[in-house]
Design a binder for this molecule. Structure first.
Ligand code: UD1
Ligand code: MG
Length: 464
């Protein structure tokens, strides 16, 4: 039987105190709504419907950036979760499968939990959990294994509030029945809202079966405030680090490594302390990322070494065994196997052939103030320290540039390019100049205002 997801994401998120719609706040580099869609994607749903309200255009764009097939319906006024689901149902007219309702601000439901929810045999199945502090969650009123109804905290009696089994908000129900039950909802309650939760009692009143599947509290962690966002981030990081350790990756100081939702790191890689992974990073096995490095949108080949203090920006590809050392920044650049750029370098919009050595202080001058230009360096080349490569420029295979060169024209294969002022040595001048300076300092006099009245001492015309 096919599955359709309805993802509720119209709420304002008032407690975030933000201009950004709540579901667009990020955990591990991805908007909350993307986490929720990714969790739902594990069910391979035929239809994915997002109910948007606040900031609908941005919410729709973020959802579609993750999944082009997402359908977006608008809920103009937030009249409750039941009303929100009602907005999505016309889009599902004719759909005969099971509908799973998820919240856009609840990013951590595990695929196994969703699978258990849809496998459960009841007309309506609700995902419940037992939080340490049940607070103001809706309470699940059960009789034996059967679910009788859900009571919202606002409407609950003291006795009902004492129930520790709470509603996560996630539920599953056949499309036809859901449409039928939702059409009967009223807003006759403490919040004057159309509660989706009321469909349970409505189903029971018709003699239908309702049941509960439970999951650990950390999966139902919702984000309603910046503090909860920070907690969600911490929870994500803890899980992602633990998963990497299980996968055979060494994290020297796990609690200092920050991972993105899509970070992939191969077996037997080592990650040093204080390394930050932005979105889109893949590290092949046996690589070493040393302390204080920052990576995003890049691919690090097997056995490569990065850092300490390196920055790999989007579009960086490091070949096998490449070395990128301290204070090196690489952007939109492909470095072949065994390339070494070990110190104080910027490589942007560049291609560097296998086995090439990039000397300290090399800079690809890729930007002319208006446009970006490419630097192409061949294989087994040697770029001398402090070379400025003024792009567009091409350096041949096995070519060399002299230290301090400012390279503005192409260098053929095997050529040595020297592009700097010729050196002049003035015999004895260093000593004479130093003596003169010391003399000047000894004679130094200050006027009343404390200004130095002595003149500059420099090279004489005939010495320059
Ligand atoms: C809801 C449940 C409660 C449950 C809790 C779990 C109802 C009536 N109550 O309460 O039993 O314990 O979630 O977190 O369902 N939304 C819309 N449109 C609306 C209203 C809400 O899209 O008109 C979205 C929100 O953006 C949010 C989700 O639905 O993603 C839940 O809404 P929220 O107002 O947080 O419901 P709670 O009062 O927390
Ligand atoms: Mg809520």
């Amino acid at each position: 039987m096919g599955i359709a997801l309805i993802l509720l994401a119209a709420g304002q998120g008032t407690r975030m105190n933000s201009d950004l719609p709540k579901v667009l706040h990020r955990v591990a580099g991805a908007p909350l709504i993307v986490h929720a869609l990714a969790a739902g994607a594990s069910l391979a749903p035929e239809r994915r419907i997002v109910v948007a309200g606040t900031g609908a255009a941005e919410v729709a764009a973020a959802a579609r950036a993750f999944d082009e097939g997402v359908e977006v319906v608008i809920q103009d006024r937030q009249l409750g979760t039941g009303h929100a689901v009602a907005q999505a149902l016309p889009a599902l007219a004719g759909f005969r499968g099971r509908v799973v309702v998820l919240y856009g601000d609840t990013p951590f439901i595990r695929p196994e939990t969703l699978a258990a929810l849809v496998a459960h045999k009841a007309d309506v199945t609700v995902l419940g959990f037992r939080p340490r502090d049940p607070g103001r969650y809706g309470r699940l009123v059960t009789r034996g294994a059967a679910l009788e109804r859900i009571v919202e905290w606002k409407d609950a009696t003291e006795e009902e509030r004492a129930i520790d089994l709470c509603n996560s908000g996630v539920l599953a129900c056949d499309a036809d029945l859901l449409a039928d039950l939702v059409s009967g909802l009223t807003n006759d309650n403490a919040a004057l809202e159309y509660y989706l939760t009321d469909i349970v009692a409505a189903a029971r009143a018709r003699g239908l079966a309702a049941g509960v599947v439970t999951c650990p509290e950390d999966e139902t962690l919702g984000v309603n405030s910046r503090a909860e966002l920070a907690r969600a981030e911490a929870a994500f990081q803890a899980r992602a680090r633990a998963a990497l350790l299980d996968d055979g990756v060494t994290l020297v100081a796990p609690e200092t490594v920050f991972l993105a939702f899509d970070t992939v790191i191969g077996r037997d890689s080592t990650i040093g302390p204080h390394v930050v992974f932005g979105p889109g990073v893949t590290v092949e096995s046996g690589a070493e990322i040393l302390a204080f490095s920052h990576l995003e949108g890049c691919h690090v080949g097997a056995g490569a070494r990065v850092g300490p203090f390196a920055r790999l920006r989007p579009g960086t590809e490091l070949g096998e065994g490449a070395h990128v050392g301290n204070f090196v920044e690489v952007k939109n650049a492909v470095l072949g196997d065994g390339v070494k750029a070990n110190h104080l370098t910027y490589l942007g919009d560049a291609e560097v052939g296998a086995g090439t050595n990039i000397g300290a202080g090399t800079i690809t001058c890729n930007y002319d103030g208006v446009m970006k230009h490419r630097t192409v360096i061949g294989r087994a080349a040697f770029i001398g320290s402090d070379t400025m490569l003024v792009a567009p420029v091409r350096i041949g295979d096995r070519a060399m540039t002299a230290s301090g060169a400012v390279i503005t024209g192409d260098v053929p294969d095997g050529a040595l390019a020297i592009a700097r002022a010729a050196q002049v040595n003035r015999p004895g001048l260093a000593v004479r100049l130093m003596d003169r300076l010391r003399e000047q300092k000894a004679r130094r006099v200050k006027d009343a205002a404390g200004q130095d009245t002595a003149g500059q001492v420099g090279l004489r015309k005939d010495e320059a």
